[in-house]
Design a protein around this ligand. Structure first.
Ligand code: ZN
Ligand code: ZN
Length: 329
């Protein structure tokens, strides 16, 4: 499924199977998650995609061919391919354990072709083994919603009362990890979205309400997954002194001006960008312990436009996942 121009639907096409270069794996894709970032690319809010582009950066598949040079994987291994597709290894970020900020990084499904396809190639150094307990489709959302969610949770610190704004793919995973860590989750959804609020309570949230509401107690931290800038002052008002607000998305509408008093008293505001390979290893080790259970809606690969439209409309419970062939679901 190919992206050619912002605002247009993806186009179904038959392409040659890509060839793995040195250090790359050729992967038969079994499942690929549909992430909000894909919408930001397709809607033209992220402005530097490779064109034409095969989107998708939550890929689960099996290795069918190895490029030249050593590999951690062998033919038949199941691997996950995340958003971070390549880094330079030399810049000041790469050499200081912050490869997520690499100046020259390449990103799967954005500057590299991704997983809305039957085959893809990926640099083996950036792929992860997937825990056996997960089916292909159930594992897919861990590769970005899970990873970015987990990185956001770490950034949010150790506070007990955690707010999650936007209860979709990332939040439904973070809520499970937070509960495992004995925190209290407060879920904020689109006003009136009773289904999402019930979903959050089912997953162990202690409170759920609309994003315009305030929780009964001040929060220690809040993570904003919804791409709505007006949630930033809202979340700052919901956290107590010393509270932390983390913006977990790659794009957000403009943040309205707000009075200094809601940042005062050592509240902090930050964003989370991309992931490191260590984040991936950490989450894959943690996921079966929690155990994280992903809630997914599966679509056939050729139904990618339908999945994207339903995500844009807020109609996906948990995460949308594209599946190819007979495996996956
Ligand atoms: Zn670098
Ligand atoms: Zn993503």
């Amino acid at each position: 499924m190919i992206f050619e121009k912002p605002g247009e639907s993806l186009r179904q096409a038959e392409l040659a199977v890509p060839r793995p270069g040195p250090g790359q794996l050729l992967i038969r894709v079994h499942a690929c998650g549909v992430c909000r970032t894909d919408l930001h690319v397709i809607d033209g809010e992220l402005t530097k995609p490779k064109l034409p582009l095969i989107p998708g950066h939550e890929i689960v598949g099996s290795v069918v061919e190895l490029g030249e040079s050593d590999s951690r994987f062998k033919i038949g291994d199941r691997v996950g391919v995340p958003w971070l597709g390549w880094t330079c290894g030399q810049c000041s970020y790469c050499t200081n354990n912050r490869e997520n900020l690499c100046d020259r990084a390449s990103f799967t499904g954005y500057t590299l072709d991704g997983g809305y396809a039957e085959y893809t190639v990926a640099d083996q150094r950036f792929c992860f083994p997937i825990p056996d307990v997960y089916s292909d489709a159930a594992a897919a959302p861990l590769l970005c919603a899970g990873l970015i969610g987990y990185r956001s949770l770490v950034k949010a610190g150790d506070g007990k009362r955690l707010g999650l704004y936007g209860f979709g793919a990332a939040a439904h995973i973070v809520a499970q990890v937070a509960k495992y860590q004995r925190r209290e989750v407060y879920a904020f959804t689109r006003p009136g979205d009773n289904q999402a609020q019930r979903f959050a309570l089912d997953l162990g949230a202690v409170w759920a309400g609309g994003s315009h509401e305030f929780p009964p107690l001040k929060l220690d931290a809040a993570i904003i997954f919804a791409p709505a800038g007006d949630l930033v002052p809202q979340a700052l008002r919901a956290v107590g002194k010393g509270g932390i607000v983390v913006c977990g998305g790659i794009h957000m509408s403009e943040i309205p001006a707000f009075p200094y008093s809601i940042l005062w008293e050592e509240r902090s505001l930050c964003s989370v960008a991309n992931l490191t390979r260590q984040d991936g290893l950490d989450l894959m080790a943690l996921a079966p312990k929690v155990p994280i259970r992903t809630e997914i809606e599966t679509f056939r690969l050729e139904e990618a436009n339908d999945a994207l439209n339903r995500l844009r409309a807020g109609k996906i419970r948990g995460a949308a996942v594209l599946v190819t062939g007979d495996t996956g679901a």
